[in-house]
Design a protein around this ligand. Structure first.
Ligand code: ADP
Ligand code: ZN
Ligand code: ZN
Length: 728
């Protein structure tokens, strides 16, 4: 009796042995199919990973699967291989990894209906009947004639010809007709001709094409507005020409209507879009269109990297440095890294594009592991903006604005242009304090302050979502003198409206932009070109083009300069370069003004005197010295628990048990409290693992997981392993 080894979505890092359902034909039990199985007191969907001869379990104890859900595997073979790789690389519970290959509806155990349309065709016996047979039943005779004439006919088409299910069932019972699926032959896609590439773009394009249609990874590093997207579009056109599908990954909030419109304008092709805002049904449809080959281009955010393709030909990862490619909870994968692995397994080219590549990708390119194409000039006629710092020490600020910045905004508006102001803090003010006793409104569940949202008259925690009405008086001393300290986008908006009456001020943050349509509407309005002020958070910096913006102002640079994370400088440089890249997309060169109390800060000086690429080289050098990624590799074991000491104790024990078995060059640092120790009522600790060589980190990861799993369970404690952590 064969034994099925199944991946089941649970927190356990193991496969589960089951016996096949009684009636399952052995030939149907192929890895990649789904089964319904009993698990504890529930019935769950499980994924078949392998079929083995024997189980280590007592044969009496092995449970039997209830039924087979798929006649054959739905995910493409390369995606199944990708899941196996990811479960091992990230040391994550296999069930949670395998389910990434399916849309939610199928994870819940729905049967796969497919893209194909249900229809009918004749059996061999039916085909053998002479014309005009079944004369005694005119309706059946007509159905027979139709099927004889057309081969396969859609059920809907038969119904339209007044041939209903009863007639067809009668033919079926006589063994003359049978149900079938009409597989639509994919229509060929075509592309409108693109722009004439400038020499840099043409060179990059040619080199990428010259690398061939098999696996290669190419870093396309091009300054903002250099025409990277145009290069992707033309590479995709080439891919479609070869009869293949292209998968394009975009950051979570980079999937703008503008981006989509650009694809729709260019291609006469079926485009499937996958993002977090879809309903289960829409997601299933898009997934199936990709899998069946009906869609030519698949554009999606992070999780789309696991979407099966019938004829993969190209994978593009746009803004590859973007933090949203890394899943921050549960299955903590990097969609960029998974995309590169996928290209290898599919044997197709991968293009990583960015104006501000991650140091990881840049390192790989410099080492020669990736091809490296650079675009140094903006496409078209626009020029890169000038950066200048405004030293705000000793200068009066009004709602966070210096007079110099206000003047610059006034000038831009007077010249008929637009100004864009960046402030990465939503709400009205980040702190509320009692003037009489010093009380500060803290979140009860987190080590964090509550943010004042004045429009809603509420205090909100931006970490756990807790929210409460704004108190009328101080809970400590009953004073009504409550001050709001610091600056958020709402307050900056109030100031701008009062200072520039009559000028439209558009605030862009996750509070003001609910739903995709609001952003689309806003972009439309702004790009009508009238003078206006845009004010927003990171949301404003990704993917959008605002050609009439000539001034970019960064209100609080200092908040970005100081970070405890070793990636702080990299993030700051990327963000500023991206914000700056919004300016001067039209003819006039733009200006970027940075308000700061620290004009001498090394990160800022590097920003002002170097371009991103030079700065990145310097940062790489520093990482080399400190042996931090991409030199060496990190793992992070995290715990969270209601009890303050429980997590650290767990990590101390883990450390103790692993210490002697660690591969060479692996060092454990901690346990330490997480940067925000208490969040949503849970205490968080972490143990950092530094590996000098990548090849040892896999071994270390396996050891840590194996040891963590056998440590005695502690009430309410959760632990997780993050391979290549991004935030720590
Ligand atoms: P990126 O993706 O690098 O930010 P885009 O591809 O969006 O750059 O191009 C920036 C602008 O330059 C767009 O308005 C685009 O239409 C234009 N552009 C790109 N390539 C060319 C070209 N070869 N000739 C003229 N304009 C171009
Ligand atoms: Zn008080
Ligand atoms: Zn909170």
């Amino acid at each position: 009796m064969p034994v099925l080894r199944l991946a089941i979505p649970t927190p356990l890092r193991t496969l589960f042995d089951y016996l096949p359902p009684t009636d399952a034909p052995a030939g149907k039990l192929v890895p990649g199919i789904r089964l319904q199985v009993p698990f504890g007191r529930r019935e769950v969907t499980a994924y078949l990973v392998e079929v083995v001869e024997n189980s280590d379990l007592d044969p009496q104890a092995i449970k039997q699967a209830i039924r087979v859900l798929d006649p054959e595997p739905l995910p493409a073979p390369a995606v199944l291989a990708l899941c196996a790789w990811a479960a091992n690389y990230y040391q994550h519970p296999p069930g949670e990894v395998y389910q990434a290959a399916y849309p939610r509806a199928l994870r819940k155990g729905a049967l796969h209906k497919g893209h194909a349309e249900p229809g009918w065709q004749l059996t061999t016996r039916g085909k053998g009947l002479p014309h005009g047979a079944l004369a005694r039943s005119p309706k059946q005779s007509r159905a027979l004639a139709l099927l004889q004439a057309s081969g396969q006919v859609a059920t809907a088409g038969l119904k339209a010809a007044d041939i209903g299910p009863a007639i067809l069932r009668a033919l079926e019972q006589k063994g003359l007709a049978k149900r079938c699926e009409l597989t639509a032959t994919p229509v060929a896609a075509s592309a409108a001709s693109g722009l004439v590439l400038n020499p840099e773009q043409a060179g990059a394009m040619q080199q990428i094409l010259d690398a061939g249609t098999g696996f290669s990874c190419q870093l396309l590093e091009g300054v903002t507005g250099s025409g990277k997207t145009e290069v992707y579009l033309q590479l995709i056109a080439d891919c479609l020409q070869r009869g293949r599908q292209a998968l394009v990954l975009i950051p979570e909030i980079g999937l703008t209507p503008q981006t989509l419109a650009r694809f729709r304008d260019r291609f006469q092709a079926e485009i499937a879009v996958l993002h977090s805002g879809l309903s289960d049904r829409q997601r299933y449809r898009a997934w199936e269109a990709a899998r069946s080959g009906a869609a030519h281009i698949i554009i999606g955010t992070r999780s789309a990297v696991f979407t099966s393709l019938a004829r993969p030909g190209l994978i593009v990862v746009d803004e590859e440095h973007d933090a949203s490619y890394k899943q921050q909870d549960g299955f903590r994968y990097s969609a960029r890294d998974v995309a590169v692995k996928r290209g290898q397994l599919e044997n197709c080219p991968v293009v990583l594009g960015s104006a501000t590549p991650s140091l990881e990708s840049l390192h790989n390119a410099l080492q020669g592991r990736y091809g490296h194409q650079r675009l140094l000039q903006r496409a078209g006629t626009s020029e890169l903006p000038q950066l200048r710092a405004i030293d705000i020490r000793h200068t009066p600020l009004e709602s966070g604005f210096s007079e110099a910045l206000v003047q610059a905004i006034a000038q831009a508006l007077a010249a008929g242009r637009q100004a864009l102001l960046f402030l990465n803090r939503r709400g009205y003010a980040p702190t509320v304090q009692c003037h009489d006793c010093g009380w500060i409104a803290d979140c009860r569940e987190c080590d964090a302050r509550l943010t004042l949202h004045r429009r809603q008259r509420r205090l909100r925690c931006h970490h756990c979502g807790a929210s409460q009405p704004l108190p009328r008086h101080c809970p400590e001393c009953r004073s009504e003198q409550l001050l709001s300290l610091g600056l958020g986008t709402e307050k900056a908006e109030d100031f701008l409206r009062q200072r520039f009456p009559g000028v439209p001020v558009y605030r862009v943050d996750s509070d003001s932009m609910q739903g995709r349509e609001s952003m689309a509407a806003l972009v439309g309005q702004v790009n009508a070109g009238e003078p206006c002020i845009l004010l927003g958070t990171q949301m404003l910096t990704k993917g959008h083009h605002f050609p009439a913006v000539s001034l970019v102002g960064v209100l609080d640079l200092d908040g970005m300069l100081f970070s405890t994370d070793f990636r702080g400088e990299e993030r700051c440089a990327q963000l500023l370069t991206q914000v700056a890249g919004r300016a001067g997309r039209a003819e006039a060169a733009g200006t970027v003004l940075l308000q700061t109390h620290h004009p001498e800060h090394p990160t800022l000086r590097a920003m002002l005197s170097l371009d991103y690429h030079q700065q990145a080289l310097a940062m790489l050098e520093a990482r080399e010295q400190s042996r931090l990624p991409p030199r060496g590799q990190l793992l992070l074991v995290r715990t969270d628990c209601q009890d303050a000491d429980c997590g650290e104790q767990f990590l101390r024990d883990l450390r103790q048990n692993c210490q002697d078995q660690l591969p060479p060059g692996v060092e454990l640092i901690g346990p330490l409290p997480a940067p925000m120790q208490r969040r949503a009522g849970r205490f968080r600790s972490q143990l950092l693992v530094h590996c000098d060589q990548r090849r040892h980190s896999q071994q270390a990861a396996r050891l840590l997981v194996a040891q963590a799993q056998v440590l005695p369970a502690r009430k309410g404690l959760k632990w997780s392993l993050d391979v290549d952590p991004q935030d720590m």
